[in-house]
Design a protein around this ligand. Sequence first.
Ligand SMILES: [Zn+2]
Length: 138
Amino acid sequence: MDSPQTPDHGGSIMPRITAEELQARRREFLEKAGQAFDQMLGRTGSEDRATFAEREERACELGDAFTRLLMEEDLAADELADPGASVDCPFCGRPVDCESPEAVELEKRQVQTRRGPVEYERAGRHCKHCRRVFFPLR
Ligand SMILES: [Zn+2]
């Protein structure tokens, strides 16, 4: 199957994550899934007198953590995480480029989801027209 071509923004855009890195992240994710399974089911019988409500609470907490992790993986893989990506200002809609994508430092940001806070990293963009800084998400 052909993968879609990354749009050309002047030659600086690389795929965010290589196929190898994607596989490595997938393995890490599955390792964490195994740990969550063990936390839920790997208890010895005598030490666990958890009620149904307590079991549900534990399962929901583990599930929420996975939802946040999936969001963080997805946001990290997004092409908008590339400082070289051209993005539109969310206030005026004009295109805004990062001034020095090779040198810029990514900033850690946090967004609230239905399952709790999720962190992501972006290079801040400054719109000269709006005089505002933003950290691209869509
Ligand atoms: Zn603007």
